[in-house]
Design a protein around this ligand. Structure first.
Ligand code: CMP
Length: 147
């Protein structure tokens, strides 16, 4: 059924001016952009957002990267939004994406396993948490007031 997911254009995507291209891909894939916000993450926010990765060796670099410039966060809605957005962005490592999924957003605009240009929630429960993280007033079911 209809789902929502959190999409993010990361600092390399915003500074590389890929936002318009990515939004065109989103709209052409029949997602409805329910809400969007350009914001700057501080260290605390980036650490909290990626808390599940806090024990990984790449975590300090990830936080530095995610706080290096503004990000565009969007709530996307369509049938099967979570898995469809993950499919559209492609594998985490943009270098691998360029080989296995050359038309994916990470293949087109990403650089490597860290600077992969975009984020997508990996499950419906992650989507719920991540949407609340950025859009505290956007509760599930409250669709009409957003249009
Ligand atoms: P994302 O899908 O937003 O979720 C976690 C992020 O951590 C990921 O994209 C990358 O930006 C980063 N990441 C994941 N794996 C690695 C890795 N092996 N090395 C460096 N960064 C990584």
């Amino acid at each position: 059924g209809k789902e929502r997911t959190l999409a993010m254009v990361k600092p390399d995507g915003v500074s590389g001016s890929y936002t318009e291209e990515i939004k065109r891909i989103i709209v052409e894939a029949s997602f409805n952009i329910v809400n969007e916000m350009l914001t700057q993450l501080d260290k605390e926010a980036a650490s909290a957002f990626y808390d599940e990765h806090s024990s990984r060796s790449f975590f300090p670099d990830l936080v530095a990267y995610m706080t290096s410039g503004p990000v565009l966060v969007m709530v996307l809605e369509k049938t099967d939004a979570v898995s469809d957005w993950r499919g559209l962005i492609g594998p985490t490592d943009a270098r691998k994406a360029k080989i296995s999924h050359p038309r994916s957003i990470r293949a087109l605009y990403g650089k490597d396993s860290q600077r992969n240009c975009v984020h997508g929630s990996d499950s419906t429960s992650s989507a719920e948490r991540e949407i609340k993280f950025f859009f505290k007033d956007l509760v599930s079911g409250d669709i009409a007031s957003q249009h």
